[in-house]
Design a protein. Structure first.
Length: 477
């Protein structure tokens, strides 16, 4: 149940989730308990000690502990980030004081130093924090489509076998883990493109607007201070007044309106030095900001930092949904368990022939369903030698005990229509790859073959090429 007992928080979150989110997590946990009880415990005559209610109370307690641990970790990460920021500010302040002591800093030097610090605060710190929210939105959309490993595996099966996409079926049976990675990467890329296409120019424009507002505020302050000296603290006070006035004039802060309080709140940590010519200082500051803005190319800067934030989110989401990499030794389907486990299981077993299994003695493609009595009773050749095991049970006990107990249907069952159709239209390249004799029933071919869509003998090469960038290794290399 560990998958349902884990509470996933967005990056940087240090506040308790909403009541609805907590209740939804508890509802998911209740469902998981009911599924595990009916699927496993009841079948072997085991009951939960103290009953289901007592067990759920304990499970809910574990869920709360998981939430607390996640919040504690998020707080530690936030503190580390703030500490690094403070260290950076301290280093800058030390350099400023060294310059002051040496007496070599003029208004021109101060304006350049302040412009560099302000640009760094807005173009990096503020932008990074804003981009985290954009990346988290993409993350949330992907997780809504693929909430966990089990949901991801189900999506992979639906997108290939159920939707009768024969190229996808071939990729699925070659390496379901690589195929799932491909689906996820495509899904993430689609979400990324749709959101970044709209957000990237908006963020670039917003950053540019903040810098324009900052330059305008500096110039207004310089004009008011013209003819006399001024302390830098008076400039920060002017920025606070500007933000307050903006809120008053707007009657609050409408959606899309710049929050000018950001300029005073993000004022760099610097010494309160005296400025001899405020007007000239403001002009020099504007020129330095313009130079930094031109050199960085705002849209390019936003694109670069957004890509970095999205790469981090993509890696994190994939780690959440890739699940167990175990594959059924008989049919090649992926284990879909989301908890920590030592025994594998999967919800969609295929025909052994999809994984290259042949009938001993005849080399015919093994077309009995993976869970059928017939497949259980059929001899199985060792993965490592020519030794022939008398049945599936002994083969698994010797070489794949992590797949025991292996499910068995209560009656002999050949493939259902989904698997039959997939085999009929994908069999040619698979027969060639695994050197199998075609024994496909004529009634299958009559019912399911699609002459204009079935795969040709060379389709394997195209499928392998498509999967290479997602971790696929031909012939187990």
């Amino acid at each position: 149940l560990s998958g349902a007992l884990h509470f996933d928080l967005q990056d940087g979150a240090t506040q308790l989730p909403t009541v609805d989110a907590i209740l939804e997590a508890m509802r998911r946990l209740n469902e998981e308990v009911q599924v595990e009880e009916s699927r496993f415990l009841s079948q072997i005559g085991i009951r939960l000690k103290g009953g289901v209610v007592a067990f759920l109370n304990s499970a809910h307690l574990c869920l709360r502990h998981s939430l607390l641990d996640s919040l504690a970790k998020a707080e530690v990460d936030r503190a580390e980030h703030q500490w690094k920021t403070l260290q950076s500010h301290r280093d800058q302040t030390e350099q400023e004081f060294i310059s002051l002591v040496r007496g070599r800093t003029s208004d021109a030097g101060y304006s350049k130093m302040l412009a560099s610090s302000f640009f760094d605060v807005l173009a990096r710190e503020w932008l990074d924090e804003t981009l985290v929210a954009v990346a988290a939105d993409i993350r949330a959309q992907c997780l809504s489509d693929m909430p966990d490993a089990s949901g991801a595996v189900e999506r992979a099966f639906q997108q290939s076998f159920v939707e009768r996409s024969w190229e996808d079926v071939l990729q699925y049976v070659l390496d379901v883990n690589a195929y799932l990675h491909k689906i996820f990467a495509s899904l993430f890329e689609d979400r990324k493109v749709s959101i970044t296409r709209a957000q990237r120019p908006l963020l670039a424009a917003r950053l540019g607007s903040y810098l324009d507002a900052l330059i305008g505020a500096f110039r207004s302050w310089g004009q008011r201070q013209q003819g006399g000296r001024a302390k830098l603290s008076s400039l920060q006070a002017a920025l606070r007044q500007l933000a307050a006035q903006s809120r008053t004039d707007m009657g609050g802060l409408p959606d899309g309106q710049l929050d000018l309080s950001l300029l005073s709140e993000r004022f760099p940590v610097v010494a309160d030095f005296e400025i001899e010519d405020p007007s000239r200082f403001a002009q020099d500051f504007s020129l330095h900001i313009a130079a930094l803005l031109g050199g960085a190319q705002v849209e390019g800067l936003v694109a670069e930092r957004l890509d970095a934030a999205l790469q981090k989110q993509q890696a994190q989401v994939w780690a959440l949904i890739k699940g167990c990499s175990g594959m059924c030794p008989c049919c090649g389907s992926k284990c879909d368990r989301v908890d920590k486990h030592t025994v594998h299981r999967c919800g969609h077993h295929l025909l052994p022939a999809f994984n290259g299994w042949r009938v001993a003695g005849t080399c015919e493609a093994a077309l009995d369903a993976c869970k059928s009595f017939k497949n259980h009773d059929a001899p199985k050749r060792s993965d490592y030698s020519d030794h022939l095991y008398p049945n599936l049970q002994e083969y698994l006990q010797a070489e794949h005990p992590e797949w025991l107990p292996f499910p068995k249907e209560d009656r002999e069952l050949l493939a259902d229509s989904v698997l039959k159709a997939a085999w009929v239209n994908c069999r040619v390249p698979l027969l060639h790859r695994y050197d199998m004799v075609d024994c496909t029933p004529a009634e299958w071919i009559a019912a399911y073959e699609e002459p204009h869509r079935k795969l040709g003998i060379h389709s394997i090469e195209a499928a392998e090429t498509c999967l290479l960038q997602y971790g696929y290794r031909p012939d187990g290399a």
